[in-house]
Design a protein around this ligand. Structure first.
Ligand code: CA
Length: 233
């Protein structure tokens, strides 16, 4: 994707300027909005590639911006917020945000999150064009129609739960999935002990797909929040 357009939604001028300067320096195009209603208007009229969204906006809560945008678009939303509680991050992710960054943030971190998101966009567009039933990521391959996964050329011996988990993460590569989202998708509910079971299944799945347990390449843990499948070269 050439020069993706980022819509920066932030009422705090110094932070907005910092983000805009960072984007300009790295050849990204940008648009800005100072409040929620302006953001929704620009998002719908200019169709940006990515949204950077502050949650504490003067006219409305950023969570409501996410819900409104999600009612008509899947454009990636990266929350940049001073709210650091897990509950706030989870609420934003469950409302449809793709990722979050807590203030104060480093410019490097901001750019890293943006790169992850843009790779996910590229992946999504290549997926929709071919309507692929085979997923590949690094050495990992999943044939959805056959229900088989491989690492390199070795077929993975996965339990049906591990396979379901792997597919859910793969189909949402690049996106942070909350514990609630995952357990709702797999068990249709989200009880405290489902989240405990999820940890167990995740541990056994990782043993089978991560060559180095100490430095996972495919599945990233967001402590207290959930998991994300990373795009691997
Ligand atoms: Ca604010």
């Amino acid at each position: 994707m050439n020069n993706p357009v980022v819509l920066v939604i932030e009422d705090d001028a110094p932070i907005r300027n910092l983000i805009v300067t960072t984007l300009k320096t790295h050849d990204y195009k940008y648009l800005t909005a100072k409040n929620g209603s302006e953001a929704i208007l620009i998002a719908s009229s200019h169709n940006p590639d990515v949204l950077f969204l502050d949650l504490g906006l003067p006219d409305m809560d950023g969570i409501d911006v996410i819900r409104q945008v999600r009612s008509w678009s899947n454009m990636p939303i990266i929350v940049i917020s001073a709210r650091s509680d897990d509950e706030d991050k989870i609420e934003a992710l469950d409302a449809g945000a793709d990722d979050y960054l807590t203030k104060p943030f480093s410019v490097e971190e901001l750019l890293a999150r943006l790169r992850v998101t843009i790779r996910r966009l590229a992946l999504m567009s290549s997926d929709s064009s071919a309507d692929r039933s085979v997923y590949t990521n690094g050495k990992l391959t999943i044939d959805y129609s056959a229900g088989i996964a491989w690492l390199d050329k070795d077929e993975l011996k996965l339990t049906s739960m591990e396979y379901k988990l792997l597919c859910l993460l793969a189909k949402n590569t690049g996106k942070v999935l909350t514990h609630t989202f995952i357990t709702q998708n797999i068990w249709g509910r989200s009880w405290e002990n489902d989240i405990a079971s999820l940890r167990v299944f995740m541990t056994t799945l990782r043993k089978k797909i991560e060559p180095m347990a100490d430095s996972p390449k495919y599945i990233q843990t967001h402590i207290g929040i959930g998991y994300r499948m990373l795009k691997v070269d």
